[in-house]
Design a protein around this ligand. Structure first.
Ligand code: DGT
Ligand code: CA
Ligand code: CA
Ligand code: ZN
Length: 579
């Protein structure tokens, strides 16, 4: 059980209590607990494993009774109170109240009167016009419910960050030609570079607002227009992705950008802060509480400045301590793509890549890199045509030859001799020591046996680290976003071992991977474990995926010094030699 699972249980308790019509004070305390837990940067499970119930004290917003429930969830995987509530009310009720226009009171009524227990029941009842006759409902609310169901269905689908960015880019291109257009900025989770995005929130300013709206609604990707207004329209694309477009006044663009970038939790905290200072923040600006006097709103910087803070990069706006850090002047320095000096995880045609070593090197040189490390698979990864001893020895010679030629031409660029050696089921490495010692950079990773228990997987990886032959542990959790969950591994223990053996953990920039994720990057930073931001490129084009890694690194509060491939070659070599 990790923080999001625990938070979800508390949210569900709050919702179920609200459907039952219980007292608001209790409901609020559960909901608040959910919010607090979601925003924690440390894992409750780890805190508990380390310090028992005492390890959980002192978290603001978590009182004695919530703490007891956290312990119950961590030790039994369940919460009795939650289970009892679910016995009383069908689980589908939790979905029903997500339909816009159906609050907890209405949900309770629909359940009692019509036996509506799922969203599907609700849809049927609305289509059969059975809802309009209930007390407190009418034709209009029936129609609203149907629309709410459509919205919910499109919303529950999340898209990968890279896909969302592509869609956003297409809309920007499409709208750019409107005369009088000024800003077009995608806000929301996309601007925060979250790994998965629920919907796009595009903000624009234009001297002719209706022209933007008209143009937007004719985009060829649109399947359905959900709502159309003068300043806001919402559409669903053929892919199922929802897009909101807003046309704003230039005077309040900064305030709107701040508001719609979120996250919600960050905004709530910022608004509270403003309130304490006698100010009010809304999507229209910052105001002096009495008299509605406009103070700021044109730029985002001004909004933060008005509440006494420096501008906070969007990637950090997740309510993970960024406001305190901003206040105390210790926000992390923003990592830039240009800080990255080379890529340490690159495949070639020898295994499952699409290009030769020469082509990959040339592409990397064009990007301004100082080095790449060629890291083809080892023989255990048969489907990727992994290299056996003979083939990797031949590759080592080829790299030496290639570097010699570079030197002759006066090029500074170098190719490092590397491998992505498989960590076998028993924790041994898939190349013998006599091969590994010939290499500059050993990347190691798990490609099989994902179903192991946490104990087994942790022991396997720790054993591999303990060989002392590894430089980088690649894609440390093995997850594929939207496809495969991470394998179960004690990341805390892995990181401690990595630090001991001078092993860096990879932030794999492949859009499906982003592994380590933001939370783990933050943990690594706190522990002083080094990170390699690499692409795992299988083609020359994949080298550009580094941008996803860089922004994920920012979300994990990583700075240049935390990352080994921001170092020039000489310094990098010192790390790789474990000096
Ligand atoms: P997503 O689309 O689920 O990936 O996540 P976001 O963060 O893009 O959320 P979305 O699209 O629902 O709303 C965009 C931003 O608008 C959100 O990050 C913060 C702001 N916002 C939306 N609803 C509320 C609200 O009820 N209160 C506050 N303070 N802000 C909100
Ligand atoms: Ca959004
Ligand atoms: Ca939205
Ligand atoms: Zn790889």
């Amino acid at each position: 059980m990790e923080n999001p699972d625990i938070a979800r249980i508390f949210y569900e308790i709050a919702d179920l209590l609200e459907i039952k019509g219980e007292d608001m004070f209790r409901i609020r305390s559960y909901r608040n607990a959910g919010l607090v837990i979601e925003g924690l940067s440390e894992s409750l499970r780890m805190l508990y494993e380390k310090g028992g119930e005492d390890g959980l004290t002192g978290i603001p917003g978590i009182g004695v009774s919530i703490r007891a429930k956290i312990v119950e969830i961590l030790t039994t995987g369940k919460c009795k109170h939650h289970q009892e509530l679910l016995q009383e009310l069908p689980h589908g009720m939790l979905e029903i109240i997500k339909v816009s226009g159906v609050g907890p009171k209405k949900a309770a009524l629909l359940y009692k009167q019509l036996g509506v227990a799922t969203v599907d029941d609700l849809e049927l009842a609305a289509r059969e016009e059975r809802i309009r006759n209930l007390h407190g409902f009418g034709e209009v609310s029936e129609r609203k419910i149907l629309k709410g169901i459509t919205d919910l269905k499109s919303m529950s689908r999340k898209v990968k960050l890279s896909d969302a960015l592509n869609y956003a880019e297409r809309f920007k291109e499409f709208i750019r030609s409107v005369p009088g257009i000024y800003d077009i900025v995608p806000a929301g989770s996309l601007r925060r570079w979250k790994e998965e995005v629920g919907d796009l929130d595009i903000l624009t300013t234009c001297s002719n607002p209706s022209a933007v709206m008209d143009r937007f609604l004719t985009h060829p990707d649109i399947k359905e227009v959900l709502s159309k207004g003068e300043t806001k329209s919402t559409v669903v694309l053929k892919s199922g992705l929802q897009v909101d477009l807003r046309v704003l006044e230039r005077k309040s663009f900064g305030a709107a950008l701040q508001y719609f970038t979120g996250s919600k939790a960050h905004n709530v905290a910022l608004r509270d802060r403003a309130k304490r200072m006698g100010l009010k923040i809304s999507e229209y600006g910052v105001f002096k509480e009495k008299g509605e006097k406009w103070v700021a709103g044109r730029n985002e910087e001004d909004v933060y400045k008005a509440v006494g803070l420096p501008w906070i990069p969007p990637e950090l706006r997740e309510m993970r301590g960024e406001i305190e850090a901003a206040e105390e002047g210790r926000l992390p320095a923003e990592l830039q793509v240009k800080d990255i000096k080379g890529d340490l995880h690159v495949h070639t045609k020898e295994s499952d890549g699409g290009y030769t070593l020469e082509a990959m090197a040339e592409a990397a040189m064009k990007m301004g890199y100082e080095y790449i490390s060629v890291t083809d698979h080892s023989k255990a990864v048969g489907i990727a045509r992994g290299l056996d001893e003979g083939r990797i020895l031949a590759q080592i010679e080829a790299v030496d030859e290639f570097n010699k030629n570079l030197k002759k031409k006066g090029e500074k660029f170098r190719v490092l001799k590397g491998t992505e050696v498989d960590i076998r089921g028993d924790g041994t490495l898939d190349h013998p020591d006599r091969v590994l010692t010939k290499l500059d950079c050993v990347v190691a990773s798990v490609h099989s046996g994902f179903k192991m228990t946490q104990g087994e997987m942790t022991a396997r990886i720790i054993k591999a680290i303990g060989t002392g032959r590894i430089n980088i542990l690649a894609h440390p959790t093995g997850r594929l976003i939207g496809e495969r969950p991470p394998y179960d591994v004690d990341m805390n223990a892995v990181m401690d071992e990595a630090k001991k053996y001078n092993v860096a953990l990879e932030l794999n920039s492949y859009p499906e991977r982003l592994d380590l994720n933001d939370i783990h990057c933050r943990l690594a930073k706190d522990k002083g474990v080094r990170i390699a931001v690499s692409t795992d490129a299988h083609s020359i084009h994949h080298l550009n995926n580094i941008i996803y890694g860089v922004h994920t690194a920012r979300r994990g509060w990583l700075e240049r010094e935390d990352i080994i491939n921001t170092r020039p070659l000489k310094e990098l070599m010192r790390f790789l030699k474990k000096e």
